[in-house]
Design a protein around this ligand. Sequence first.
Ligand SMILES: NC(=O)c1ccc[n+]([C@@H]2O[C@H](COP(=O)([O-])OP(=O)(O)OC[C@H]3O[C@@H](n4cnc5c(N)ncnc54)[C@H](O)[C@@H]3O)[C@@H](O)[C@H]2O)c1
Ligand SMILES: [Zn+2]
Length: 348
Amino acid sequence: MAERIPVNAPDSTYDIVIESGLMQQADRLVDEFGLGRRVAVVTNTTLAPLYGQALVERLPNAALITMPDGEQHKTLATVTQLYGDLVRAKLDRGSTVVALGGGVVGDTAGFAAATYMRGVRLVQIPTSLLSMVDSSVGGKVGVDLPEGKNLVGAFKQPDAVMIDPDVIGTLPPQEWRNGMAEVLKHGLLADPALLDPALHAPEQAAELVRRAVQVKVDVVEQDPYEKGIRAHLNLGHTFAHAIEQVTQYQWPHGAAVGFGLLAAAQLSYALAMCDSDVPEQVEDVLATAGLPRRLNGLDADAIYAAMSTDKKWQNGHSRFILLRGIAHVEIVEDVPKSTVIEVLRRLQ
Ligand SMILES: NC(=O)c1ccc[n+]([C@@H]2O[C@H](COP(=O)([O-])OP(=O)(O)OC[C@H]3O[C@@H](n4cnc5c(N)ncnc54)[C@H](O)[C@@H]3O)[C@@H](O)[C@H]2O)c1
Ligand SMILES: [Zn+2]
């Protein structure tokens, strides 16, 4: 079944199309999104043989550009390489970049599309669960610096997002779990149905993606430039970023976010903001999704120290996205350090 979610961006509107088998109907891209002119499909070395080559063969006038796979290649060096590839592929200002891949390809190729010739058209074809429900929607693109992640970027709204849930079939299980952490985050933010394990079966992927995307769309439409409510999308992420730092990225982002959701729920309960059934439900659903619920020896004080370098903690005032209940979030400042440490110690 085809789903079409229209998105109102600041100066444009675009559609997110979710449909099984979409990758086999690339000619529709040409008709629907005006891709008749020069197109560059940017993908990585893993996805080129799986989907990239076949996609380019179905598109008239398209070139295939391949970047290496992995977060360590989400850099300005890769963007520089892409600019040269785009010139050689004869892309002009009326051309389109199609970003085919997970969040790394989407962010890197998206940044190249935002800046090459002061901006060309961009179509996102996200292939990982995370990129389907999170990074391909909302217009944030960018790359990492040696000094930190996502330190260079732009807002670049796509002209379309095309999601074929069938491609999840080749996604490694760990990447499915990573994406599930963000899906559960969206469930806790605004759509409790996403917490129902019945919806987590592979055959439900299209419906799962549709519901999770809708939560992100609703937030970014209200706050396209991240000035207010978009902060809610950081639920669990204050803890997650600290854990990633302390473990030097040994914990994958999804695992850290999963644990972070539980820590946020436990902290909300410790502050008497919600009943105990909220952290209990989070713990259950993390277990079902195969995401961590314990710190396994990581030091609570070290995690707190890493959190306090968060740029959103202005002048040392702590700031957490917490839960009054499922689908009821609140930003809370100046949470006592001792309460946070106690929650983390209990989750050892
Ligand atoms: N722009 C945003 O708003 C935003 C939001 C969240 C995350 N991000 C960024 O997204 C990135 C993470 O994205 P990700 O989790 O998709 O990681 P990723 O792009 O590294 O993809 C994970 C792995 O899965 C592989 N893969 C993807 N789809 C596949 C498929 N269908 N079949 C087989 N293999 C497949 C990729 O090649 C890669 O090896 C991070 O850099 C993060 O900063 C951006
Ligand atoms: Zn995240």
